[in-house]
Design a protein. Structure first.
Length: 253
């Protein structure tokens, strides 16, 4: 009887570790209502505002992510992400670009399409209902900026691929006796002409199902990018913040 009691106590004390998943695949798609703020300039010339000058407004964009976790301790796990961040507008005020005066009513478009490949390790894996991941993110930003000012017969268009190696961290807590999870993650780089970070805070609910479980997520996301023009083909410097609520649906296996 004493052996049964000791065995029961041992299992109870180690129950949080027994919840760790040896193999997992998760993914989601959703919509992010990203509100732009900040400024641009051409080669450190006169700075102009994204909203007040270019009339960029909140836009709902598409995002997706996919996560692979495996049981091999030495190999990192993988998380892939995508979002299509882009804005277009008609200028409310004149501004200077390439040394030219761009007038009121000129059209412009800014695109920052992003692809992330994150290699990470589980420092804690659902230990006492807590998960901690640390790793590195290789972020590719396919950027472009276009101007069309018919009043002065002026057009500009340039694009570039910007690769940012970023530190990555994620913490997650499962609410005991529920299907609710609370999660936050962050990416950051501060080096040379680039200072950028991305933060997400969310809650999700997983529906009970056989093998593959549906889930919904809801949260807040902010991306701050400060990029100097000197290292890239697009001559404009960008100091901007893109923030707002997001929600999505996904599957867990």
């Amino acid at each position: 009887m004493k052996k049964i009691f000791l065995f029961t106590m041992l299992v109870s004390l180690n129950a949080p570790w027994l919840q760790a998943d040896m193999f997992r695949i998760e993914g989601a798609v959703g919509a992010w209502k990203a509100d732009p703020s900040g400024s641009m300039n051409y080669n450190k010339s006169a700075t102009f505002d994204l909203q007040k000058t270019l009339s960029y407004e909140s836009k709902t964009i598409t995002y997706a992510w996919l996560l692979f976790k495996h049981p091999v301790p030495a190999l990192p796990n993988l998380r892939l992400e995508y979002n299509d961040l882009g804005y277009a507008g008609t200028s409310k005020k004149g501004y200077i670009w390439e040394g030219k005066s761009v007038g009121v009513g000129a059209k412009s478009a800014l695109s920052l399409k992003q692809y992330d490949a994150i290699l990470y390790y589980n420092i804690l894996d659902n230990t006492f209902w807590t998960t901690l991941d640390l790793g590195l993110d290789a972020k590719l930003i396919k950027s472009s900026f276009d101007i069309n000012d018919p009043s002065d017969n002026y057009a500009y268009g340039a694009s570039d691929n910007i690769v940012l190696p970023m530190l990555y961290g994620r913490v997650r807590a499962e609410v005991p006796l529920s299907n609710i999870g609370i999660e936050a993650d962050m990416k950051w780089i501060g080096y040379g002409s680039v200072d950028a970070y991305e933060i997400r805070i969310k809650a999700d609910y997983t529906f009970d199902a056989f093998i593959v479980e549906p889930m919904v997520e809801f949260g807040y996301r902010t991306l701050v990018v400060n990029i100097d023009s000197s290292d890239y083909d697009i001559d404009g410097s960008l100091d901007a913040d893109f923030s707002g609520l997001y929600m999505g649906i996904g599957l867990r296996y």
